[in-house]
Design a protein around this ligand. Sequence first.
Ligand code: CAO
Length: 424
Amino acid sequence: MKALDGIKVLDFTHVQSGPTCTQLLAWFGADVIKVERPGVGDATRKQLIDVPGADSLYFTMLNHNKRSIELNSKNETGKEVLTRLIEECDVLVENFAPGALDRMGFSWERIQEINPRIIMASIKGFGPGKYEDCKVYENVAQCAGGSASTTGFLDGPPLVTGAQIGDSGTGLHLCLGIVTALFQREKSGRGQKVSCAMQDSVLNLARVKLRDQQRLAAGPLKEYSQFGEGVPFGEATPRAGNDSGGGQPGRILKCKGWEQDPNAYTYFIIQAAVWEKVCDVIGRPEWKTQEGYAKPPERLDKLNEIFSTIEEWTMTRTKFEVMEICNPHDIPVGPILSMKEISEDEGLYATGTMVRVDHPERGEYLSVGCPIKLSDSDVEVTRSPLLGEHTSEILSDVLGYSGDDLDRVIGSGAVGEIKAEAAE
Ligand code: CAO
């Protein structure tokens, strides 16, 4: 048995934020029915194509374990089928542009009328207010949520981060809202609306930077490198380069081979508790007792010198050797792993965090599996559906259409062309 066995999800999502959420629900055992525009589907199917004629990795890596039905929700028969789906499903998830669902004739009020037990979950770029009508993509959310202004180096422009905190981050938030609402429904018997704004989700993940914004009122942020360098603070939380966010000085340092390998670096934290061990490992035992070095506050104006000295040592070791040497001493370090190294790490496949998936159009590809492990609800990652692959079975098995009625729906053009069963 899987945690969400028996839960049916009407997946009206596209691109990345919504599909991240519904993919998690599918991995936890829900029957996720992805509704896609006939002949077109989720736009990501055809974005960043690497294998001509096959669904893109963008699509396949975000839509595992789902079923796909083609449905034109603006056609009258299509609206009828959508209404039947709303009746049958426990959860509806959507991330259309603001107002799109209302324009289709499916406002939250109408959806509740159709099925008062349904949980309707929506992602928009912004919450209610002056930007509520905006269409929003990943990097816009990273900028509006305070992440970009606090990422990068002090003397450079704001930076967006490679982790998709706006899209996938919001999908994760929404998923939590949905399972919480399902839990409440157990007691109340009622559905509810779950909303997540991408700006809010990014801000939630950038919480420590709002902490620092308020700390500025009490004086300079002493753990930031710029404090030791004598650079004055302005009115807003500054960009902190690779400083660690938790108050213990940390930097990214070069390791052996950095001249050829752009990822031959390690993260290195000089945590106060292990300072003496750091001094021994890098061959500067005198710093353990030397005035100006022995106590954490004394070191703050010498971080550039200290980290340069540590780097002279890390440059004589590979990033993995640095880890092997420092770990037994509890010195917090971490190799900068490339995506190539991660994709070749068999340990990650053993835990299911990385998976190899077969696909009828593109053959085997790699993906990230479910990062959340439940001891009593196993995840088996199965491939993403082809466009409309399950239209026929959803119409008959889930919605109960048969005979002339089924022919009427198919003949109306609302559900696209019925596909033969896809070859596995
Ligand atoms: N049948 C008929 N019409 C359909 C349909 C279906 N099955 N599925 C979608 N459509 C229609 C919508 O109703 C909409 O029509 P209207 O414009 O007439 O209302 C139209 O397709 C386009 O939908 P959209 O505006 O959501 O799509 P877009 O490509 O123009 O915008 C995006 C994309 C992501 C910017 C926008 O959906 C958005 O802001 N979403 C919320 C924020 C979000 O999730 N952003 C993350 C994006 S990346 O993960």
